[in-house]
Ligand binder design. Structure first.
Ligand SMILES: Nc1ncnc2c1ncn2[C@@H]1O[C@H](COP(=O)(O)OP(=O)(O)O)[C@@H](O)[C@H]1O
Ligand SMILES: [Mg+2]
Length: 275
C-alpha cells in the first residue's frame, strides 16, 4: 500500500497506542516503525522489554552512519509482533536519548527506504509513529513521503486548538515540498466534539474515531493479552478500510509515483511470545 504516518500536535493523545492497535489488526504485511524522536515505547511497554539486546532504529542509524548498511541491516532489527508469521513487524524506536542524535540526520534516508518497502518482494505497508511534532528533530521527510498523514487528536477543545495550529504547519510544509494536497486526515481518539463538527472547524476530514477504551489501551501500553473483540481493537481493525479508500482515490487522481528501490526479502528476528 504505502507509508501511513501518524503524528500529534501536543500532549499524548494516543499516537503509539492507536498505531499499535492498527498494526495488530492490519490485514496486509506491515512494518510498524517507531520514529518518535522522543523515544520508542512498544518494546519496553507492550512487549515487556523481553529482548536479548538493543534493537531498532537507533542501531540502524548508528550502522548506517558508520557503514552505510541500512539495506542489509534493516530486517535484522525488526521484531515479529505476530511470531512466527513475520507479517506484522516492529521497528523499535530509540530508547537511549543519545541515539536520537544519530537518527535525526537520517530521516530522509529512512523515508526513502520505507517508500521502497511498498515495492519489495513481498511488499510491506509501513505505519510510522512520528510522535509529537513540537519536539526537536521531528521526522518531516517521513511525513512528506507518506501517502496518508493521520494527525491524532483528542476531541476536547484544548486538544483541538493545539491540533489546529499543527494542521497549518503540516499543510504549509507539505505544500512547500510539493506534496500533492489531500494526504492529511484527523484520527480522533475518545469522547468530545463530534466528527463532522471537528472536520468543519479544523477544515480537515476526520478519517475515523477510536473509542476511549482504557483497559485495552493499558494492555497496549504495558503488556498483556489483547482481545480482538474490545472496542478499541474493533475500531482500529476497521481503520484500514477508509485509509485504503483514500489511498486509492489519491493514486487514481495523482498517478502516485512508484518508488525506485527494491528491498531484500525479510528475515525478521523472532519476537518474544505475545498472545
Ligand atoms: N483509545 C484510548 N482509550 C483510552 N486510553 C488511551 C487510548 N489511547 C491511548 N490511551 C492512553 O493514553 C496514554 C497515552 O497514549 P500513547 O499512545 O502513549 O500516546 P502518545 O503516543 O500520543 O504519546 C496512555 O496511557 C494510553 O494507555
Ligand atoms: Mg508515543
Amino acid at each position: 500500500m504505502a507509508i501511513i504516518a501518524l503524528v500529534s500536535a501536543k500532549g499524548s493523545p494516543g499516537v503509539t497506542t492507536s498505531a499499535l492497535a492498527a498494526a495488530l489488526s492490519w490485514h496486509r504485511r506491515l512494518v510498524l516503525a517507531e520514529c518518535d524522536p522522543a523515544g520508542g515505547s512498544i518494546l519496553a511497554g507492550y512487549l515487556g522489554g523481553a529482548l536479548d539486546g538493543p534493537r531498532g532504529i537507533g542501531e540502524l542509524a548508528v550502522g548506517e552512519l558508520r557503514d552505510g548498511n541500512l539495506d542489509t541491516a534493516f530486517w535484522s532489527q525488526l521484531v515479529d509482533l505476530d511470531a512466527p508469521k513475520r507479517e506484522r513487524l516492529l521497528l523499535p524506536g530509540v530508547v537511549d536519548p543519545a541515539q536520537a542524535g544519530s537518527v535525526t540526520p537520517l530521516w530522509q534516508r529512512f523515508a526513502d527506504f520505507f517508500a521502497g518497502l511498498e515495492q519489495g518482494l513481498p511488499p510491506y505497508d509501513v505505519l510510522v509513529d512520528c510522535g509529537r511534532l513540537q519536539v526537536a528533530g521531528p521526522p518531516w521527510p517521513v511525513l512528506r513521503a507518506a501517502a496518508v498523514v493521520l494527525l491524532v487528536t483528542r476531541a476536547q477543545l484544548p486538544d483541538l486548538s493545539a491540533t489546529r495550529a499543527t494542521i497549518r504547519a503540516v499543510e504549509r510544509d507539505l505544500a512547500e515540498h510539493r506534496v500533492p494536497p489531500g494526504a492529511l486526515r484527523l484520527l480522533v481518539v475518545g469522547d468530545g466534539h463530534g466528527n463532522s463538527e471537528i472536520s468543519k472547524a479544523l477544515r480537515v476530514p476526520v478519517i475515523a474515531r477510536l473509542p476511549y477504551d482504557p483497559r485495552t489501551a493499558a494492555v497496549l501500553s504495558l503488556g498483556g493479552t489483547v482481545r480482538a473483540g474490545r472496542p478499541l481493537m474493533r475500531a482500529a481493525g476497521a481503520l484500514e478500510v477508509p485509509i485504503r479508500a483514500l489511498l486509492e482515490r489519491r493514486r487514481a487522481r495523482l498517478a502516485w509515483p512508484v518508488p525506485q528501490t527494491t528491498p531484500q526479502a525479510p528475515v525478521a528476528q523472532e519476537a518474544p511470545h505475545v498472545s
